[in-house]
Design a protein around this ligand. Sequence first.
Ligand code: ATP
Ligand code: MG
Length: 428
Amino acid sequence: MAKPNQAIAAIRGMHDILPEQTPRWQYVETVIREVLGNYGYQEIRLPIVEKTELFKRSIGEVTDIVEKEMYTFDDRNGDSLTLRPEGTAGCLRACLEHGLLHGQTHRLWYYGAMFRHERPQKGRYRQFYQLGVETYGMAGADIDAEIILLSHRLWQRLGIRAKVELQLNSLGTVAERAVYREKLVEYFKAHFEQLDEDSVRRLETNPLRILDTKNPAMQNLVENAPELMAYLGEESREHFQTLTASLDSLGIAYQINPRLVRGLDYYGKTVFEWVTTELGSQGTICAGGRYDGLIEQLGGKENYAIGFALGMERLLALVELLEDVPVARTVDVYMIRVGAEAEKQGLIFAEQIRDKLPKLKLQLNCGGGSFKSQFKKADKSDAVFAIILGDDEVKRGEVAIKNLRVEQEQQSLSYTDAISFLSSHCVN
Ligand code: ATP
Ligand code: MG
C-alpha cells in the first residue's frame, strides 16, 4: 500500500490516454463512425459489467479468456459479476432481452473498454478499447462479405491498407467440427511428446484450440496438423466459396489460413483476421466470424450472427506509423489580454465570438501575464491566430489579429470585422 502523501499509480496494464494522444484517437474514431455510417450500421451502448455466467456460457469454459483472463468479483449481494472481456456476448444478451431478433435484421456497433487480466506488453493491455460490429438475422455469405468490406474500407480511409493482410478460414458446422476433432486428437496423440502443458490439457477439453497456440516450439506441429477445410460439408463449402468469390470480384486479396480457429468457442463457418507484420508479435488488428450457434446457446431461437472486434490500441499503433496523421487542431485562435480593461472586454468579446462562430476553437489567456509571456503561450498552443487586446485596443474599440504561423503584418480590426475575418480564415 502507498504511504500517505505518496503518489498512487494506475493499475498495471491500464493506461491513461493523454491529451497529446487524444486528437489521434478522435481522428480514428471519426473515420470509424463515418465508415459505419456508409454501411448503415447503428450504435448500441452496453453495460461494462455483466453476470459472469454470460461469459462462461458464451465464450466457453475452456478458453484463455474464461480460464485466466476475466476480472470477476462478487458484488454486495453475492452475485458473481465480470468486467466485460469482449462485447459480443453482452450485445447478443441485450438484443435477446429486448426482443430485437424476432424476424428482424440488425447491423450494430459498439465501442468501449474491455478488460482482460493478461500479461501486459506492447499491444496487449488489461484495459483496452474495442470497436465491435455485430449483425443478426442474415444467413448468407453476402453479409460475411459486407463486414469484411467495411473493415477493408476503414483501412483504406485510414491509409493503412498496405500494412494489413486478410486471413480467412471456415470452421464448418458443429457436426463437421466433431469429425475433424477426432482426426485432430489422433494426430496430436501420435505426437504427444511435442505438446506443451496447455495443449495436453486442451487435448481433452478443446483440441482445436491447440491450433491457436502462440508457443513457437509447437508451430511445426500445428502446421502439419490435418486441416478442417477438408472435412467441410457441401453447405459450409458453398458458403465459403460464395464469400471468396465476392472478395475476388472486388479484388480483395486474402490468404486461407487453415490454423485460424479463433480463441473463442462460439464461432462456426466464416472466421477471419486482419493481421500486420509491422507491430511485432501482437499482429492481429481485427478479428471476427460467424457465430449463429451462440444465439440458441444464450436462450434465443435459431438465428444468424456474424461480427468482428477491432483492437483500437493496435490500430492506433499502425496509424501512428504513418508520416502524416490528419488530426484536428485543438485550438484555432488564442486571445491575449493585457490590462484590467482588456481582460474585462476580452472576456465579453470571446463569448460574442463563440456565439457567432460555434465551430471555432477559441482559447482565452487566463491568469494574466505580460504580452511576451502570453505570446509564448499562444505560440505553444495549436492556434493559428492570436487576437490581441491591450489598453490601446480597448480605447479604440478594436482588436489586433496576428498570424502565429506565417510572417504577416499584424492588423487592427473592429470587433465585427474581426469576427468576419475569423469566420473566413478559421472555420471550415
Ligand atoms: P490475441 O490472440 O492477440 O490474444 P484474441 O483472439 O484474444 O487476440 P479477440 O478476443 O478476437 O482477441 O479480440 C479482438 C481484437 O482485440 C484483437 O484482434 C486485438 O486487436 C484486440 N485485443 C484483444 N486482446 C487485447 C489486449 N489484451 N490488449 C489490446 N488489444 C487486445
Ligand atoms: Mg487473447
